[in-house]
Design a protein around this ligand. Sequence first.
Ligand code: FE
Length: 179
Amino acid sequence: MKNAIFLILISLFLQQCAHKKVDLTKPQQTKTMEDNTHANNPYYSRTDKTKLNVSNAEWKKILPAEVYAIAREANTEYPFTGKYNDFDEVGEYFCAVCGNHLFRSSSKFASTCGWPSFFEADKDGVIYKRDSSHGMERIEVLCKRCESHLGHVFNDGPPPTGTRYCMNSASLDFQRDKK
Ligand code: FE
């Protein structure tokens, strides 16, 4: 009986935290915390909410390889490696692909999962899609403007929402509040 409970707990943990891994030759540490180097990305805007319809062939020319692999091909960074996993600066999170606003730092919480986690998203920032890949039933979270993959959402988050947005750091940009 104890073994059965243990197996159920392990399987639940794996369902929530298991991701397809991508071997990135250049991990996210090569980027700065406030990465505003989008000079070669004509679609990047923090104010324009117009929906984008850009092909992956085009994004591949524009985005850094690790951002492309995760945001456009729905890969997942290794747990505990992303630049925003252990990070508690005060400010705003944007889509690393298009600049759309996604999260406020006040909704970020310390999750043990290994990826930056939030209990609430900008309602105008994200959309949801059923994801049945890898033998799991999950809800994928995508950027509402460019439909890039951000991560998944689960119902085991903290109050006040009980929701956990489990995100990839590579899909996020951060802007610290001005003092
Ligand atoms: Fe986006």
